[in-house]
Design a binder for this molecule. Structure first.
Ligand code: GCU
Length: 132
């Protein structure tokens, strides 16, 4: 099994934009959610097996309050997670959620902002593939 990176700037973005104004991101940037509820970042992931794995989200939250989100996999809520405060917007940390994927190319992993502050800045999700 190998960890595979899926960049946020290459995901489907709703109510957010790709930015690069805080250092330390991987790839070419990160997603900055608008400060509203309902914004989302959705990755489509191919899995060659059905099973459980970890989704490791790399994020920064330089605000003064956690940023609550709903994380869905294939449309099903798998976690309600508040991304904690970090030491500024260039302090990138990870948050891990256990998920299950299905064999095939259409797995959706989606992080939806559920407060008026929007989501954290999101750099990428790393998924250990194949699931086992
Ligand atoms: C600041 C910061 C952004 C961040 C935003 C927020 O504007 O520069 O990167 O996304 O706060 O509150 O979400």
């Amino acid at each position: 099994p190998v960890p595979v990176d899926f960049q946020a700037e290459q995901a489907r973005i709703h109510k957010g934009s790709v930015q690069s104004n805080h250092s330390g991101f991987t790839g070419s940037g990160f997603v900055d959610y608008v400060n509203e509820r309902g914004g989302s970042v959705e990755w489509i992931v191919t899995a060659t097996a059905t099973g459980r794995t970890d989704a490791v989200f790399r994020f920064a939250n330089g605000s003064n309050a956690p940023r609550p989100t709903a994380i869905t996999v294939n449309g099903i809520l798998v976690a309600s997670v508040a991304f904690p405060v970090t030491n500024g917007w260039s302090d990138w940390r990870t948050l891990t959620v256990h998920i299950s994927l299905l064999t095939g190319s259409n797995n959706s992993i989606k992080v939806i902002a559920t407060s008026d502050n929007g989501g954290p800045n999101l750099d990428k999700v790393t998924v250990v593939l194949p699931p086992s």
